[in-house]
Design a protein around this ligand. Structure first.
Ligand code: NAD
Length: 350
């Protein structure tokens, strides 16, 4: 029997904890907002050191999903689930209990894969709840789509900075030659952009350099490359006091989540005249893609890809807010998202 308890948290619509002694499940789901639509957000399995740490993460991540969906122009709110533990705890009973937990939200929360959760785990969750997306055989691997969305966001930023969205002849320093970084490098190179790439696994960087006619530098050198665009496609926190002192780019635009170590680093980029493409805006194509599974008739790739054009539109609006209000693009993105939610709320209350 899964014990589910609701926890009141200011500013959040519904937060619950689930404990299932039989399977060892100890999880939290947070629905930050359903103003724009049901709250979609992944399920993360992580060895949190404490309940407080898990709660902090689920609240932060669910709020982030509200902003991401709002900027992506989707009829979705923000939610997230976190499970305290590690992959050794996985069992059918564990994920069935999680499915019951997801289902207890009655569709206001919709789940998908996140860190340490695989498509086959989701298949088990789906035995107990219909409110699951990203299942096998549907919208598929999000990474190439994410790369396409980053490319569209990059084009909007090039247009803003240089007056032309062409990559031709420009230099792009790509940090991280993984699932997204490698595909992004291909799109850029096909348009004549010059690739400089780094990865902690040298062979990954070499592979991308070979495919794109680019060059490889060490992971400690990539941020200091004299380039037009620095594209963080590895881990978060790459924009910090140390890296900002090294940057020689005009634009920061990449896929990695939480690129700014602290909000003040967004202000610092602005002071230096470096245009920052807010991460959660440009890396939203995976979400746009999986959202399409919820459309009547099911997933349609052509429609999903078309909807990714919204990233470019949102970036233009965010640059306009940043210019008009004299604020960083990161703050402008938050305001853009908040306005969309507030407009929807006012409409619903009218
Ligand atoms: P990935 O694991 O496939 O690739 C990341 C690459 O970065 C790896 O090749 C890794 O070796 C390399 N790397 C790690 N630390 C590095 C460092 N210090 N310097 C240089 N390279 C380093 O991950 P991915 O799916 O390509 O995602 C990249 C980033 O984009 C992540 O931050 C991820 O959270 C974010 N993101 C991904 C998606 C998606 O659809 N895959 C969606 C949204 C956001």
């Amino acid at each position: 029997m899964v014990e589910i308890t609701e926890i009141q948290v200011d500013g959040y619509e519904c937060v619950k904890r689930a404990i299932d002694p039989a399977s060892g499940l100890h999880a939290y789901i947070s629905v930050h907002s359903t103003v724009l639509g049901p709250a979609l957000g992944g399920m993360r399995l992580w060895p949190y050191a404490s309940e407080e740490e898990a709660m902090t993460d689920v609240l932060r991540l669910s709020r982030g999903m509200t902003y991401k969906a709002a900027c992506a122009g989707l009829a979705l709110g923000g939610g997230k689930s976190v499970i305290i533990g590690d992959p050794s705890m996985k069992s059918d009973a564990f994920f069935e209990a999680m499915g019951e937990f997801v289902d207890s939200f009655g569709g206001t929360y919709i789940t998908a894969e996140d860190v340490n959760i695989k498509v086959e785990d989701m298949g088990i969750v789906a035995r107990k709840s219909d409110h699951v997306v990203g299942l096998a055989g549907k919208s598929g691997n999000p990474s190439p789509k994410t790369a396409w969305g980053v490319f569209l966001g990059l084009k909007a930023t090039l247009e803003d900075v240089y007056g032309s969205d062409s990559c031709d002849g420009k230099v792009f320093a790509i940090e991280g030659a993984g699932s997204v970084g490698s595909v992004l490098a291909d799109y850029i190179a096909k348009e004549g952009g010059k690739i400089v790439v780094a990865d902690i696994f040298d062979e990954s960087a070499q592979r991308v350099a070979k495919a794109t006619g680019g060059t490889v530098v060490g992971p400690d050198e990539i941020r200091a490359v004299d380039c037009d665009v620095y594209a963080p496609c590895a881990l978060g926190g790459s924009i910090n006091d140390e890296s900002i002192a090294e940057l020689k780019c005009k634009i920061v635009c990449g896929a990695a989540n939480n690129q700014l170590l602290e909000a003040r680093h967004g202000d610092k980029l602005r002071e230096l005249g470096i245009r920052y493409a807010p991460d959660y805006v440009v890396n939203a194509a995976g979400l746009i893609n999986v959202y399409d599974e919820m459309m009547p008739g099911g997933y349609n790739e052509e429609r999903a890809v078309k909807n990714m054009d919204q990233i470019r539109e949102s970036m233009r609006s965010i640059f306009a807010i940043s210019n008009e209000e004299g604020i960083s693009t990161a703050t402008a993105a938050d305001r853009f998202a908040e306005r969309r939610v507030e407009e929807a709320r006012a409409k619903a209350n009218a």
